[in-house]
Design a binder for this molecule. Structure first.
Ligand SMILES: Nc1ncnc2c1ncn2[C@@H]1O[C@H](COP(=O)(O)OP(=O)(O)OP(=O)(O)O)[C@@H](O)[C@H]1O
Ligand SMILES: [Mg+2]
Length: 259
């Protein structure tokens, strides 16, 4: 089985949190699988959520900055292409833990914006994905970097929405972008996060029903969890969320639809 799963949605809706819950689910379910987490959000916080400090020097952005300095000091021949640089830095930037690997994109310092790094995301997925059973991507708001068609395809796009007008609006906007730039996913899953168990859920459900595309499905709802809030505030590793926590039990059931 090979899945490349990307999480997107409005800022703050719970993308990183749900990615980590999926990571926990995969680690609980499978004994021996190779998992890569790509943190492509410039305001990166996967490390924070799993209690792992990641220094700028360890990120793709950090490595690129180091490389630029070397070029300026003429320690590297000028005819090396940016593509070659990225390729060599990617493997060097893999952060290995006992159970999975992390690739932290980080920011590019100085001129240009972080997009210059994220332009390489697609390429990075191509380079790395073949070595893993599961690749989980925490993506920044846009989806532009999926638009260049290359080998490795993101199989599942999970669009997270919270119970807010803007959350749902962004979800719909992301769906529009996937059509505009003709992005092909095997499945697009809409996941309601922090939804109370009442008729508010019907609103998102209706929105998804009105989309009428076979590959766009409502995955379900996860409720607001006091335990997740607590762990976040005190800075505990979310991978250690007790398995009997209701939000995790629900997440497990929902994720079983994907994997
Ligand atoms: N189901 C939940 N129950 C309680 N708290 C939650 C839940 N989901 C997310 N949160 C909390 O909401 C906040 C935002 O979550 P998270 O950082 O995962 O969102 P995000 O979409 O990744 O944000 P960003 O766009 O800034 O990267 C965090 O404090 C997180 O602990
Ligand atoms: Mg995040």
């Amino acid at each position: 089985m090979k899945k490349i799963i990307s999480f997107s949605g409005k800022g703050g809706v719970g993308k990183s949190t749900l990615l980590v819950l999926m990571l926990k689910y995969l680690l609980d379910k499978f004994k021996d699988v190779d998992i890569l987490v790509i943190d492509a959000d410039p305001d990166a916080n996967i490390g924070d959520i799993i209690g792992k400090e990641i220094h700028f020097k360890e990120t793709i952005g950090g490595k690129m900055a180091e490389f630029k300095q070397k070029i300026q000091k003429r320690l590297i021949p000028l005819d090396v292409s940016k593509d070659q640089i990225v390729e060599s830095e990617v493997f060097d930037s893999l952060i290995e833990t006992d159970q999975f690997d992390i690739l932290e994109m980080g920011r590019s310092e100085g001129e240009g914006c972080y997009c210059s790094i994220n332009n390489y995301l697609k390429r990075i997925i191509d380079i790395l994905a073949k070595n893993y059973d599961f690749v989980l991507i925490d993506a920044p708001a846009g989806l532009e970097y999926f638009s260049r068609k290359t080998g490795q395809k993101v199989t599942d796009l999970v669009i997270v929405s919270d119970p807010s007008k803007m959350g749902i609006h962004t979800m719909k906007r992301i769906l529009e972008i996937t059509k505009e730039v003709d992005l092909q996913f095997e499945n697009i899953w809409i996941l309601g996060n922090r939804f109370p168990e009442n008729s508010i859920r019907d609103i998102l459900e209706k929105e998804v029903l009105s989309i009428k595309e076979d590959h766009v499905k409502l995955l379900g709802f996860i409720d607001n969890s006091d335990e997740i809030s607590r762990m976040n505030i005190v800075g505990e590793n979310l991978l250690q969320l007790p398995t009997e926590t209701k939000a995790y039990k629900t997440a497990k059931q929902l994720f079983a639809e994907i994997i």
